[in-house]
Write a protein that binds this ligand. Structure first.
Ligand code: SF4
Ligand code: SF4
Length: 421
């Protein structure tokens, strides 16, 4: 096999395309059905599933991971995922395989929970917080709130021993309640949390952000408060909860490449496979311009290393003037390019720029101290059992068993992907 610059170690898959059994008011992916007008229902065929897995096993690194997303991937039914796992076992005997399932939880039942536990799936469950916050936008198709169902499903998963992250969208309403959301997640056992700030273009007026989007200053306050809550729960200088953004920023503070693509210099390090085998540059750019090919005709490693994907990756590094002068650039990297274009009034600067500045002003000293402590700890012989892993990009780097896991789970490497070594 030629020596490819970008290594294939993870892909995102949308087996049911944009289809969903809910109708959240802020969802950006439902409208993607316009891209696939041939059918009203979108489902990945067994042939495409097989070919995709075969290619990942053939071209992928020793550790590979599949992120199953949507729309709502559980619409495929459990038997689809049983087949997927069988194909992985057949064609990936020598690999360490990770699976992540991002779900709204509605269809989860005991059989799903058993399966997810058996095959060590890491589940990202969409839950925006307590009832009044979650139900504000996360509604079923009949307009009713989904909170009580989702909380029951969270409990079922946790009771079954499944590892669950809470995926929480921060919108114009929820941004007022950082403490309530954080304490609620903890109270039901969701100690791993990922917060996703919401900004979408207003369909009524494409010159501004949609009303449910969160403003930069509000999100800045939210992040600062969350950081304090996270720190308050430290025991012996060690976090007892995991907030993905803080974990990822911490990588930048200790000089390691962060697992979250928004904090990297360039994009284009993974690809997305849609239900019909079409492959795109990024979850947020499933658009004709960024279609790289189709899995039944092209191969994944070539698409990942293609000129188009290279061009996509470089968009991020063309940062606005304000970022060039900014003292936080080395930690922030200008954020996600999606957030630079959704609200035209931002004029190419990240919609959350102000939020990031507020956050770094607030947290910088403490993060630096944590990074210094961590480096000292790494120098101790008992903490120094390091191994090498192949990065997504060109380089190989050292990871200690006690480092945060590069997959972004927020756990120590030895309790996560490092279990396989
Ligand atoms: S556009 Fe955003 S989500 Fe997509 S690869 Fe770039 S930083 Fe990541
Ligand atoms: S904080 Fe703002 S100006 Fe600074 S790098 Fe981030 S987006 Fe750019």
């Amino acid at each position: 096999m030629p020596n490819y610059n970008k290594k294939l170690n993870s892909i995102l898959v949308k087996p049911a395309g944009p289809d969903c059994n809910m109708a959240c008011k802020y969802c950006f992916y439902l409208e993607k059905s316009e891209l696939f007008p041939d059918s009203r229902i979108h489902r990945m065929s067994e042939d495409i599933l097989k070919e995709m897995i075969k290619q990942v096993m053939h071209y992928g690194e020793q550790q590979v991971s599949f992120g199953w997303q949507g729309g709502e991937p559980t619409l495929m039914g459990l038997s689809f995922f049983e087949k997927a796992v069988n194909f992985m076992q057949e064609s990936g005997k020598s690999k360490s395989i990770g699976n992540g399932l991002q779900t709204n939880g509605i269809l989860i039942n005991k059989n799903w929970a058993k399966f997810l536990k058996k095959y060590n799936f890491l589940v990202g469950l969409s839950l925006d917080g307590p009832e009044h916050i979650h139900n504000h936008y996360r509604t079923m198709k009949n307009g009713k709130g989904s909170w009580s169902i989702v909380v029951d499903k969270a409990k079922l998963l946790l009771d079954s021993g499944v590892e669950v992250n809470a995926l929480t969208v921060v919108n114009d309403y929820s941004v007022q309640f950082p403490e309530e959301i954080y304490e609620f997640h903890k109270s039901i056992g969701l100690n791993y949390m990922q917060f996703i700030p919401c900004v979408e273009t207003d369909p009524e007026n494409p010159n501004r952000a949609a009303p449910f989007s969160v403003s930069s200053v509000d999100y800045g306050r939210f992040l600062c408060k969350l950081f304090d809550l996270w720190q308050k729960d430290f025991i012996d200088n060690t976090p007892t909860t995991s907030i993905r953004y803080f974990d990822s920023v911490f990588y930048n503070y200790v000089g390691l490449p962060p697992p979250q693509c928004t904090l990297l210099k360039e994009c284009g390090i993974y690809v997305v496979v849609e239900h019909n085998g079409d492959v795109y540059s990024c979850d947020f750019f499933v658009e004709p311009e960024w279609k790289l090919g189709n899995i039944m005709k092209d191969n994944l490693i070539d698409m990942l290393n293609s000129e188009s994907q290279g061009k996509f990756g470089k968009i991020k590094s063309a940062i606005p003037e304000e970022c060039k002068q900014c003292k936080w650039l080395k930690y922030c990297q200008g954020g996600c390019i999606k957030d630079r274009i959704r609200d035209p009034s931002d004029k190419g600067l990240n919609h959350f720029c102000q939020a990031y500045k507020m956050f770094f002003e607030h947290a910088d000293e403490k993060l630096k101290k944590m990074a210094d402590d961590w480096k000292l700890q790494q120098a101790l012989p008992e903490f120094n059992q390091q191994i090498y892993i192949q990065e997504n990009q060109e380089n190989t780097r050292k990871i200690g068993r006690n480092d945060p896991c590069p997959c972004g789970s927020g756990k120590k490497y030895k309790y996560c992907c490092g279990r396989f070594n």
